[in-house]
Design a protein around this ligand. Sequence first.
Ligand SMILES: Cc1cc2nc3c(=O)[nH]c(=O)nc-3n(C[C@H](O)[C@H](O)[C@H](O)COP(=O)(O)OP(=O)(O)OC[C@H]3O[C@@H](n4cnc5c(N)ncnc54)[C@H](O)[C@@H]3O)c2cc1C
Length: 448
Amino acid sequence: MAEVQGNILTTEYPDLACYGYDASGLTGIPHAVALPSDVEQVSEILKICHKYKIPIYPRGAGTGTTGAALAQHQGLLLSLTKMCEIIDISTEDLTAVVEPGVITGDLQKKAAKQGLFYPPDPASKDFCTIGGNVATGAGGATAVKYGVTRDYVMALEIVLPGGQVIHAGAKTAKGVVGYDLVRLFVGSEGTLGVATKIWLKLLVAPESVGTLGAFFKDEKEAGHAVVSLFKAGITPRCAELLDNSSLAVVKDMLPFNVPNNARAMVIAEVDGFKESIKAQLDRVVDVFQNNSAKSIIIAQNSSEAELIWKARRSLSPAIKQLGFSGKISEDICVPRHCLPEMIEAVYNLSKETGIKILCFGHAGDGNLHINVLFDKESQEDQKKVSVLIPEIMKLAIRFGGTISGEHGVGLTKKEFLDLEIGPVELSIMKNIKRAFDPHNIMNPGKVF
Ligand SMILES: Cc1cc2nc3c(=O)[nH]c(=O)nc-3n(C[C@H](O)[C@H](O)[C@H](O)COP(=O)(O)OP(=O)(O)OC[C@H]3O[C@@H](n4cnc5c(N)ncnc54)[C@H](O)[C@@H]3O)c2cc1C
């Protein structure tokens, strides 16, 4: 890699190849990769790209699942990983100021050392970046109680394609002056500008957490049990569902035996004052028992709870053990009460096509990760999958849901955008894109 005007810039193929992939399985090799270390360098780079109309692809850790960080039309890939300082954590105001390349889990650990809590917790938190989380609007298991990244971004420093540095939002608990550019930017998938500094809201860490695993006859019963929790006035910190195939993949990682007759598991967690945990868990157990749980096992300590979560977080990579060469992960989201029916409809599609589908996800949010597994080399499988995926998207919309609860559109969901967004809304979005990026150099070809 060469030092060019204080930036690290490379055009060497082996370097470029390291930035030519993400978790979508797609590839896109840029002409060059720049690794700026501060906002001034980002601004200079964007100025030059604007002048010569060179496409720019911002990138965090490349864990996105939709191809959103790929250099589809070549151009310059802008890696933000060198801008990785946690600038400030305020125990007075409960805020943090970070650079975009900070790893999400690192911020959580640093905040925890000061008794604070940054809730957004994508399963990729040990390797994804806050910048990527902001750009995708990432969520995670605790979203059901605490919300997603969007709910924690107070203000942003953004570099626009022309190199101008702007500030959006307010660094205060409230602020209603002008349009909300922060909400607009969160989830914009690198198409409007580059986030170079991020002001985040923190919470005081809950005193204690209680975790349990509940097993059910099938996914439908498990889904109904989760809906019943909310009806009973319980807002769990997490309510995750694993179907039978997901359970089979991770059951050896769990700190307890999975009952033979169980075909679905719910991981439920509550938090709050120490003395409240037992009472909350008792209520969850009551509700699950009333919903025909086969067995319920409460984690006895934080190490057991961590093993349960390790198993859940390992699910996505562990699916590879099943030996399918092709895997497409969808992350549709439906109103919570529709989840059992959505799951049933997805399994019917699986039966009709003979394509294996494995489901897990954030049941408390109605957010389901549908993993379509197939043989990449088989033309028959390819054909079936090309019919199956649009059907899944249509089902999500039919149930009043969305085609993506947290992963975004990127490249892989572009073709389904008009199932969800009407022509007028789409044209407003395109006009906004033009206002930020008149030459269409910011992550071109993504989302639209
Ligand atoms: C095993 C696994 C588990 C996952 N679990 C979850 C989950 O539970 N919840 C969830 O929401 N996602 C999950 N994801 C998806 C992914 O981790 C998230 O989308 C994450 O937010 C991406 O962060 P990143 O740093 O890797 O960004 P990248 O993949 O590098 O980029 C993602 C998008 O952000 C843009 N971008 C990155 N940095 C900036 C910046 N500073 N300014 C402007 N745009 C920028 C890119 O251009 C791209 O459009 C998972 C992925 C994997 C592989």
